[in-house]
Design a protein. Structure first.
Length: 220
């Protein structure tokens, strides 16, 4: 089964804590788009989208959507004071020059070394790889948000990715409904166990070797 809305928002809220003052941040399609709703305005963060906004805000109140304002996934957004608009070529120019401090994206698989595979399955709404290759290679920090297992219960955090790679050793952190992890020098470390799960719940659902000596919080 897929994750419910509350679980998705719990992951997004946790990811928002990694955003710091003055960052330029790109949010990918899926759970990452929800992160915008949890970033405090006091941080003066500039959210960037591939479709041409710098200074994107969170979701609008129901009934206040503007059909001309959407994120890269096509969902309505607001804008912050000082926002600017441009075409996709300029948006990707910002990415490829390395101006992004952080990108938060989804994935289908992540290896224990931080390899990311997040191509969308053919026939789905977004049939290509999008901007993920550029984003994952050029951003100063990359956080992956995803479910810990597939709908069939198979691990998505694997020893080696079986799907086509988006980038090798690109992930700095991985956050799921079960855990918060970091990749450092080619090794995967468990930092936190998410509420409602235990350490065995995380280990049993993770194929990659997971080091637990960095755990800050465990929920049993």
């Amino acid at each position: 089964m897929g994750m419910g809305a509350e679980t998705r928002r719990l992951i997004a809220e946790r990811a928002a804590r990694e955003v710091t003052y003055g960052m330029m941040v790109n949010l990918g399609i899926g759970i990452p788009t929800l992160v915008a709703d949890y970033i405090p305005a006091s941080l003066d963060v500039m959210l960037h989208t591939e479709n041409g906004i710098l200074g994107m805000g969170g979701s609008p109140e129901p009934g206040h959507e503007d059909g001309n304002l959407s994120n890269a996934g096509g969902y309505p957004v607001t804008i912050q004071p000082g926002a600017s608009f441009f075409d996709s070529a300029e948006a990707f120019g910002m990415v490829r020059r390395g101006y992004l401090d952080l990108t938060i994206l989804g994935a289908l698989e992540v290896s224990g070394k931080g390899d990311i595979a997040n191509w969308i399955v053919p026939g789905k709404r977004v049939p290509g790889m999008g901007g993920a290759i550029d984003l994952a290679q050029k951003a100063k920090k990359v956080i992956v948000l995803m479910s810990h297992t597939t709908k069939e219960g198979h691990p998505k955090i694997v020893q080696e990715c079986s799907l086509p790679l988006t980038v090798k050793e690109g992930a700095d952190m991985i956050m799921t409904e079960r855990a918060v992890m970091k990749v450092e020098e080619g090794k995967l470390y468990l930092l936190e166990v998410m509420p409602g799960y235990s350490l065995p719940d995380v280990l049993n659902a993770t194929e990659a070797q997971l080091n637990v000596d960095h755990v800050r919080r465990q929920t049993y």
